[in-house]
Design a protein around this ligand. Structure first.
Ligand SMILES: [Zn+2]
Length: 424
């Protein structure tokens, strides 16, 4: 067996190949892939599948995702997770072309997250060229992440349950490109009130305003927001009534609820469902619920993060640990009990915004980090969480021993996450 190269040796292999890596990135950005146009997403999937097949990965097209598997040389399986869709409508490239300005490469979807996908390709290319033994890999690239992953979620969860760890290729946390080890859970609700319509001048007392009652409920729910604890309830949409001189018969509102813990989301859910209109002639119905469970840090995910930080330091990368209120498919894998490390994609800024870009200088070092993590993957699994992964998948995984690791007891080398996470 060939000795595993150091992260710096991997970086040295990558650096002279940066032009080819960027060429691939430009090509993939050139295939616009809005979630709402599945045929465009599948066209990109075909290009991506061919590029990964050239590295020896076996592609399989599912209704909601492209799956690429690599048999590996042994050890526990690793899940690499990404999405092919972007929030950008077809035609955006015409007014927002892929362009370089200094250290920044701009383009729709380049940061979220086509650069992350290209990095995974380059990392595997390096590892294959350097003949590094790898664990079995599943690269799952879903088609609908930007709209909630409804179609792809069951597949993501099934592959996660069979993996010992999930690496998510979403962008790093801004501005330093930090590793994301916590994401808020998200619950989405639709509130609907129905009252009694009446003439505002002739029959005002006979009316029962759905608008007034739903407004009361929504203002009350919003007042439970507690930014200090991370709980937020955002009524982002409100529709009601027909005319100013009519007591409103119908009203509806959409509510986005987020929190760091499943317990906080469950508590907010209870309170929402207990809301009652003051006017008994108005009915209030609540639909919806949990969309993405929170990604809560675990000893095993922190051990993975500590390993990534240590490897990053060898590459000159200082990677803070971060948490974010935004969701990703990492929420699903973490909720399956699988150690999840998110934010391993590009460093940059402007996801979903006109200034979306990546930093070119960070591309090769972060790709080397991803490669080093994969190379280390089969030799030192994060065992603490494996009990959960094993019981969830219901079948034994090869090459795994359930024993605590020293760096899990100590929280890993370097800085521990609570210091960052506790910051207001
Ligand atoms: Zn994304």
């Amino acid at each position: 067996m060939t000795a595993v190269p150091t992260p710096v040796e991997i970086l040295r292999w990558l650096q002279p190949r940066q032009p080819a890596i960027l060429e691939r990135l430009r090509a993939w950005v050139g295939h616009e892939s809005p979630t709402a146009e599945p045929e465009r997403v599948r066209a990109l999937a075909a290009v991506v599948a061919a590029d990964f097949a050239a590295l020896g990965l076996r592609p399989a097209l599912h209704p909601g995702a492209l799956e690429l598997t690599y048999a590996g040389e042994g050890g526990a399986p690793v899940l690499l997770l990404g999405h092919l869709d972007t929030v950008w409508a077809a035609g955006t490239l015409a007014r927002m072309p892929c362009r370089v300005d200094g250290d920044r490469l701009f383009g729709p979807g380049v940061y979220d997250m086509k650069a992350g996908l290209v990095m995974a390709h380059a990392a595997l290319e390096a590892l294959r060229a350097l003949k590094v033994p790898l664990p079995p890999l599943t690269l799952l690239l879903v088609f609908d992440e930007e709209t909630g992953s409804r179609a792809s979620r069951p597949l993501t969860e099934a592959r996660a349950r069979a993996a010992y760890a999930a690496y998510v290729l979403e962008p790093g946390a801004e501005p330093e490109g930090g590793l994301k080890i916590a994401r808020k859970g998200i619950a989405l609700y639709q509130l609907a009130a129905r009252g009694v319509a009446a003439h505002a001048g002739v029959d005002f007392e006979k009316g029962a305003s759905a608008l007034v009652e739903l407004a009361r409920a929504v203002v009350q729910a919003a007042s439970w927001s507690d930014p200090a604890s991370g709980l937020t309830l955002n009524p982002g949409v409100f529709h009601a009534g027909t005319r100013a001189n009519v007591v409103a018969e119908e009203a509806r509102a959409d509510l986005d609820v987020r929190a760091w813990t499943a317990a906080a989301l469950a508590h907010a859910d209870q309170r929402l469902r207990a809301l009652r209109p003051a006017d008994v002639r108005v009915t209030l119905e609540i639909a919806g619920g949990l969309n993405r469970p929170p990604m809560e840090p675990t000893p095993a995910s922190q051990a993975l993060a500590a390993r990534a930080q240590a490897l990053g330091r060898e590459l000159g990368l200082e990677l803070p640990l971060a948490r974010t209120g935004g969701g990703s498919d990492g929420n699903f894998t973490a909720a399956c009990g699988v150690p999840t490390l998110d934010g391993l994609g590009a460093q940059g800024a402007g996801a979903h915004a006109a200034h979306e870009h990546i930093l070119l200088s960070a591309l090769a070092p972060r790709t080397a980090l991803l490669a080093a993590l994969l190379a280390a993957g089969s030799s030192a699994p994060p065992t603490r969480q494996l009990g959960d992964a094993l019981s969830a998948s219901g079948r034994p995984l090869p090459g795994i021993e359930a024993r605590p690791q020293p760096d899990q007891r100590e929280g890993g080398s370097g800085e521990r996450w609570p210091r960052h996470l506790a910051a207001p």
